[in-house]
Design a protein around this ligand. Structure first.
Ligand code: GDD
Ligand code: MN
Length: 364
């Protein structure tokens, strides 16, 4: 059993892996360590590169996940696959300074800590307009997480840390696993305060390739916070689904008014087109936001769209049925309509989770 597992989530990092392995070998010296690459079926065949490295070095292994995406969930799976008492989580792109790992270990053992965070030097990080914007965004993100993380943790957004694997295992069932802020997830999920320290390092420039974190990470981050704050009451996926449904109403009225008011189309035609447009845009928005971690592509995207139409058609029947029943019971028309909308939305949510995006809606 190795003393340390280095868990590295990858998406299209084939060019960086060999160098990462070299750097780790150099910095970890005589320590008994292993490298676990958790790859989400990268198009650049990162998993093949990892397996090639593993053939020459038995300390390397690879978990290749199919049809899944997500930095946090990849990290969790990597850690759970390890039997080493200590785990380091770091990125593959050489931005995290592997040379501080021995110091992190020393500190963790000496002070009997749960976690040692590699903290980015704000002042030594490269400057420039973009970086300042990113620092500002990072500050806002940290403020939103207030109360979930310790106040004296300087870099809660860090993707580079050392932890006792037993601690992660204990928290595994509580972790949200959404998005990419795994460290924050750990702190926010722990029922007792985690004992931690920070070791500063200088965030390097990415070696090859580009960042995988696009503007939608903001959405994922908010979903993760929602999950941590109210996830025990209502699933963040349902919230996201309902939010998209709200957008769909906007689409509906935009199309309806353009066709009916603007172009003078017949009302039924305009209403029909508006329903079709709203269903279609809801499908794509949900695929992008609500089910980002199991996003459908290619043929599965088309099949998903058709099944979504079918689900929504039944949802509309349920909606009308419930509303008509409530109305017949002398319910107020607006309340009756709302009852129909709530039941229809719940149906659409549960049925599409199963038929369109497959699986249990509350699981990643
Ligand atoms: N398995 C898997 N699945 N890995 C992923 C995915 C995914 O969907 N998305 C990204 N990765 C991998 C990348 O290949 C890389 O090794 C690592 O996760 C970080 O992704 P980057 O795209 O390089 O992120 P970044 O540099 O913008 O941000 C990182 O550093 C920040 C500062 O430490 C992340 O680690 C952030 O969480 C962190 O705040
Ligand atoms: Mn990076």
């Amino acid at each position: 059993m190795p003393e340390l597992s280095v868990v590295v989530p990858t998406f299209s990092e084939a060019q960086n892996l060999p160098e990462l392995q070299r750097l780790l070998s150099r910095s970890l010296g005589t320590l008994d360590w292993e490298l676990i690459v958790v790859d989400d079926d990268s198009p650049d065949r990162t998993a093949d590169v990892a397996r090639e490295l593993a053939q020459a070095d038995r300390r390397v292994r690879c978990i290749q996940r199919i049809g899944r995406r997500g930095l946090s969930s990849a990290v969790i799976e990597g850690i759970l696959s390890s039997s080493a008492p200590l785990v380091v989580v770091m990125d593959a792109d050489l931005q995290h300074d592997e040379s501080i790992i021995p110091r992190m270990i020393e500190l963790l053992l000496r002070d009997e800590l749960d976690v040692v965070v590699g903290s980015r030097h704000a002042e030594t990080g490269s400057v420039g307009e973009w970086d300042r914007r990113r620092v500002a965004m990072s500050n806002v993100a940290a403020r939103l997480a207030r109360g979930l993380i310790p106040k004296d943790l300087h870099d809660p957004m860090s993707g580079f840390f050392l932890a006792r694997s037993s601690v992660v295992r204990q928290l595994a069932h509580r972790l949200s696993g959404r998005g990419y802020k795994i460290l924050l997830d750990l702190f926010a999920s722990s029922p007792r305060p985690l004992r931690f320290a920070e070791v500063p390092y200088t965030f390097r420039a990415r070696a090859h390739g580009e960042s995988k974190l696009d503007s939608l990470v903001v959405w994922q981050y908010l979903m993760m916070l929602l999950d941590k704050r109210i996830g025990h009451i209502v699933s963040p996926r349902l919230i996201s689904f309902a939010f998209v449904g709200g957008l769909g109403i906007g689409v509906h009225y935009a199309v309806l008014s353009t066709l009916y008011v603007g172009l003078g189309a017949r009302f039924v035609i305009a209403q029909g087109a508006a329903i079709w447009a709203a269903m279609t845009s809801n499908f794509f928005c949900n695929n992008l936001l609500t089910y980002r971690d199991r996003r459908l592509h290619g043929v599965r995207l088309l099949r998903g769209l058709l099944s979504f139409y079918a689900v929504c058609a039944l949802g509309a029947f349920a909606n009308i049925g419930v509303a008509a029943y409530a109305f017949a019971q002398r319910g107020h028309w607006a309340i009756s309509a709302l009852a129909g909308i709530v039941v229809g939305t719940l149906w659409n949510y549960l049925a599409s989770a199963h038929f369109t995006w497959g699986g249990d809606p509350d699981r990643g």
